[in-house]
Design a protein around this ligand. Structure first.
Ligand code: DQA
Length: 158
């Protein structure tokens, strides 16, 4: 089971940027916690951060045939990027959208996610814990998909 975690623009600035909104935890620390969860559950995990839309599209495309699940915080691209949405739709890998802040409580331009309609789910507003919840959710999705596949294979044999 392999999960790729994709972090969008300015998330490399966590711990420095707008601490009142995003808290004081650095991105490396969030990744450290996710790593610990993954290790405990024997999940392979990879992390990627970019400030560039095209690089994020490339990384999503690279997940095809390689990753079982994607956890993505598209950051500001959440509200603008048809390209990232199309990439997620193209690879058809279960994807969970994550936000540290409650985007629905903030400026109106953050209320709309172009990404959410192509995701299995969205977690927002729980601070760094949003990422932990995304890991729990993704694990559940992948376990259920594996069970479904096994069930189908058995049914074909019968
Ligand atoms: C964010 C919310 C976005 O609106 C914003 O542009 C970000 C971070 C979040 O995690 O709360 O950069 O995705």
């Amino acid at each position: 089971m392999k999960i790729v975690v994709i972090q969008g623009p300015n998330l490399n600035m966590l711990g420095v940027r707008e601490q009142g909104i995003y808290g004081s935890m650095k991105l490396e620390d969030i990744h450290g916690q996710m790593n610990a969860f993954a290790q405990k559950d024997k999940i392979e995990i990879e992390f990627f951060q970019s400030n560039l839309e095209g690089e994020i599209v490339d990384r999503i495309q690279e997940c095809l045939g390689d990753a079982d699940g994607i956890i993505i915080n598209p950051a500001a691209y959440t509200h603008t990027s048809i390209a990232i949405r199309d990439a997620i739709a193209a690879v058809q890998i279960p994807t969970i959208e994550v936000h540290l802040s409650n985007i629905y409580q903030r400026e109106e331009f953050r209320h709309k996610s172009l990404i959410a309609p192509v995701c299995a789910g969205q977690i927002a507003g729980m601070g760094p814990f949003s990422y932990h919840l995304a890991m729990v959710g993704m694990k559940q999705i992948l376990v259920e998909l594996a069970a479904l596949r096994e069930h189908k294979a058995k049914a074909q044999q019968a």
